[in-house]
Design a protein around this ligand. Structure first.
Ligand SMILES: Cc1cc2nc3c(=O)[nH]c(=O)nc-3n(C[C@H](O)[C@H](O)[C@H](O)COP(=O)(O)OP(=O)(O)OC[C@H]3O[C@@H](n4cnc5c(N)ncnc54)[C@H](O)[C@@H]3O)c2cc1C
Length: 453
């Protein structure tokens, strides 16, 4: 008989927390509880990946309709009904949230709809006033949008609110240059808003391959998004129904909405963590070892709150590795190397491994790269370009990085990611026969490096 109420208490019912809880209970037979302060499914399901991707799909139809006409289809004037879409979207999120609740219930996890904080190394205190003890505590509280710190910032929205807008803004300013800002700029542009994007740095998508992000920026501008790099908001004020924005580039303009997507901070505040000796980093991220264990042995942390690689599949992996380590007697470190990912801009950007710039710092490389007009869009008279790029080690011949900017790049990079993760060389790519006619065939037919560095 255990001295604790539970073997495991999970704080946070998002991607990582739900997976860890239900595997610990369902597969390892642990007695598990989970507290969620908001909606089950967390950021990914309720205000991230899922609603965003559905909005991406919605926003791609106008270009498809234009292309269909170019291909000879006779289509009547289509129109987008935001209310109808939003209603369906909300119903879908309700459905998914229920699935998450049921997954927990069916695995035998006790769920508490409450905010949780830590009282000591084995005790969790809920906003309902209840306290519970647990042998292990797993913090999986995710992150939240960083608020803007300028006069009038309260007039703006974050990515949390964008899914619930009553009307689609005619003119919107998106502030930020990360993947979330770029994705929403493309979504809103596709849905018909006039989109301006401010980013204080020199080029959007900092940290990604330079050539790839340059092409994404060009394509976004070509599709009508006014990107202003090196630009910040100085102040914002209400102006009738709109928001007047003074910018650091000397311009002043009125927008119907301003969306800030300037980063995310870990949700570690006011949880009693520091008092217990759990180490937090500069931005509040919980510091953990490769087994996701904090400085307090009974407390573990996974997902965005640890600010390692902030992606849903990574939070899930970390949750499963935690269960292997703690409940299945199989210490499993989390492998954060060569994680493929996609940015759902238009066109998409899929990437795995090192950017050309990072690889060059590491060792001598060869770069194989080709940019061209894809057949489907070129036939429709569009000027869109795509990019296929491999960054190769001169010494080992291994493909260190693969970068794809193209429609469906997310789907392509998932598969290219397997080869790169297996340590495929450029010659392995070369001896794979092309699938013709496709865009991705270029990945196996590039013979000469465009540069060596
Ligand atoms: C707009 C947007 C788009 C994204 N798109 C993608 C994408 O395309 N692909 C991808 O892989 N990732 C994407 N992400 C990132 C992804 O959503 C996160 O990496 C993932 O959700 C992290 O999971 P998690 O379990 O760490 O935290 P979360 O999913 O954030 O879950 C944390 C949960 O903890 C709860 N909580 C917080 N504090 C407490 C407390 N004290 N007590 C009780 N409950 C608490 C929160 O309410 C939340 O439900 C996106 C994120 C955003 C914001």
């Amino acid at each position: 008989m255990s001295d604790f109420d539970y073997d495991l208490f999970v704080i946070g019912g998002g991607s990582g927390g739900v997976r860890a809880a239900r595997v610990a209970a369902g597969e390892a037979g642990a007695k598990v509880a989970l507290a969620e302060q908001d909606r089950y499914g967390g950021t990914c399901v309720i205000r991230g990946c899922v609603p965003k991707k559905l909005m991406v799909f919605a926003s791609e139809y106008p270009a498809m309709v234009a292309d269909a006409r170019a291909y000879g289809w006779d289509l009547n004037d289509p129109a987008f009904d935001w209310d109808a879409f939003r209603g369906k979207l909300e119903a879908e999120l309700d459905r998914l949230e229920n699935i998450y609740r049921n997954l927990l219930k069916n695995s035998g996890v006790t769920a508490y709809d409450a905010r949780a904080r830590l009282k000591d190394a084995h005790t969790v205190e809920l906003s309902t006033g209840e306290t519970f003890t647990a042998k292990h505590i797993l913090v999986a509280t995710g992150g939240r949008p960083v608020p803007a710190d300028i006069p009038g910032a309260e007039l703006a929205i974050s990515s949390n609110e964008v899914f619930h807008l009553k009307t689609l803004p005619k003119r919107i300013l998106v502030v930020g240059g990360g993947y979330i800002a770029c994705e929403f700029a493309c979504i809103l542009n596709g849905l018909g808003s006039e989109v301006t994007q401010f980013y204080r740095g020199a080029q959007i998508l900092r940290g990604f391959d330079g050539e790839a992000r340059g092409l994404v920026a060009d394509e976004m501008q070509q599709k009508g998004i006014a990107i202003h790099c090196g630009t910040n908001i100085l102040e914002m004020a209400r102006d009738g129904d709109g928001i007047r924005v003074k910018a650091s580039n000397g311009t002043e303009a009125v927008f119907d909405q301003v969306l800030f997507a300037i980063g995310r901070d870990p949700n570690s505040r006011d949880m009693g963590l520091e008092d217990l000796g759990v180490e937090l980093g500069r931005r509040g991220e919980i510091v953990v070892d490769r087994y996701s264990q904090t400085a307090v042995p009974s407390i573990y942390a996974i997902g965005d709150v640890t600010d390692r690689v902030n992606l849903t599949p990574v939070a899930i992996r970390e949750g499963m590795a935690f269960v292997e380590t703690v409940f299945k007697g199989n210490p499993t470190p989390v492998d954060h190397e060569l994680i493929p990912s996609a940015i759902f801009t238009q066109p998409e950007f899929g990437t795995v491994g090192l950017s050309e710039e990072a690889a060059r710092e590491q060792e001598p490389i060869e770069v194989y790269s080709t940019s061209f007009k894809p057949m489907q869009q070129a036939f429709a008279g569009r000027a869109d370009r795509v990019l296929m790029k491999l960054v190769v080690s001169q010494a080992s011949r291994k493909v260190l990085g693969c970068h794809i900017v193209a429609p469906q790049a997310g789907e392509m990079i998932q598969l290219a990611g397997i080869a790169v993760k297996m340590g495929a060389t450029k010659e392995d790519f070369d001896r794979t026969v092309a699938v013709h006619p496709t865009m991705a065939e270029e990945l196996v037919t590039m013979r000469q490096p465009v540069r060596k560095a």
